[in-house]
Design a protein around this ligand. Structure first.
Ligand code: 6PG
Length: 204
């Protein structure tokens, strides 16, 4: 599979379209946001889109267990790009949304998405994959701190899922995931196969 080159602006326009649609049908939308380094430009374009932000609640799809002011805080990063908008925020460290309507996720070169890391111990990964909760706490050995993460249950129930990634390595990983087809070694596979409406946005 070759990923067509897209852009942060195209991803943002599509996310905005989904948010408008959900708010129109439900009166409110819960938006799960990716952390890490990739989303910044997407969020800057998203902030300029025409969205009824006062009807949107944002929550991180996963959060490192650090305070918002810490340099590794995903919530801190997202609010630097979107915090000026009139939407409500939930802090995943302290509370879980009832549902997720639109989810924006990144993926790692190890095949993780959210904090579904393949180096989690077997029983922890199985607990995560089978959880009926919206939020779980995990401690991936590869990560410097424990994390809170939305579960596959919560993410795969979303009306729209957007995967965003950039760079050649991320494209190669997605090719591998499509071939290897094993959620245990590449958890992002769950999203590629289980999301009801999925858009993948990749740019060089
Ligand atoms: C996190 C993220 C994580 C991220 C991927 C990609 O807490 O790190 O939520 O799931 O989306 O690790 O991160 P980059 O965008 O920095 O490559």
């Amino acid at each position: 599979m070759t990923l067509d080159a897209s852009s942060p602006a195209a991803a943002a326009a599509s996310i905005a379209r989904d948010l408008r649609q959900v708010v129109e049908h439900r009166g409110h939308a819960t938006l799960a946001l990716a952390g890490g380094r990739t989303p910044g430009p997407v969020y800057d374009h998203l902030a300029a889109e025409d969205v009824p932000w006062s009807e949107v609640t944002a929550v991180m799809g996963d959060e490192r267990d650090v305070d918002e002011g810490h340099e590794r805080s995903n919530l801190g990063m997202a609010r630097r790009h979107l915090g000026h908008l009139p939407m409500a925020w939930l802090d995943l460290r302290h509370e879980a949304p009832e549902r997720v309507d639109v989810a924006v996720l990144g993926w790692g070169t190890d095949g993780h998405t959210a904090s579904w890391f393949p180096d989690l111990h077997d029983e922890d990964l199985q607990h995560l994959f089978s959880s009926t909760h919206v939020r779980e706490r995990v401690a991936p050995p590869s990560q410097p701190e424990a994390r809170w993460t939305l579960t596959p249950e919560a993410i795969l129930a979303a009306e729209h899922v957007h995967l965003i990634g950039s760079g050649a390595e991320k494209a190669t990983v997605l090719d591998t995931v499509r071939i290897e087809a094993d959620a245990r070694t590449h958890p992002v596979h769950l999203v590629l196969t289980g999301a009801s409406a999925l858009d993948v946005w990749w740019w060089p």
